[in-house]
Write a protein that binds this ligand. Structure first.
Ligand SMILES: [Zn+2]
Length: 81
């Protein structure tokens, strides 16, 4: 999958995650951040409405220092472009 310039790219936890209910400390949650392009995660496991949720402050600046925050498949596919 190619990411195009006008695609909506978002870094989000799966929306059912506890972080939505105010328990979220991003470092301790078990689930990984998935990378969504136009509402579909790159790993193909999750869908969401683009721009509907803001589940994390973590974005692409964390891809290299903190690979453990991310879904492995999403991260690899994102980096491959
Ligand atoms: Zn993923």
């Amino acid at each position: 999958m190619r990411i195009k310039k006008d695609d909506v790219v978002e870094f989000q936890l799966p929306v059912h995650d506890d972080v939505l209910f105010g328990k979220g400390d991003i470092i301790s949650v078990r689930s990984k951040i998935h990378i969504y392009v136009n509402g579909k995660s790159l790993c193909g496991k999750y869908y969401m409405v683009p721009k509907q949720y803001e589940t994390t402050d973590i974005g692409k600046e964390a891809l290299f220092p903190h690979p453990e925050y991310f879904c492995k498949v999403c991260r690899q596919r994102y980096l491959r472009g």
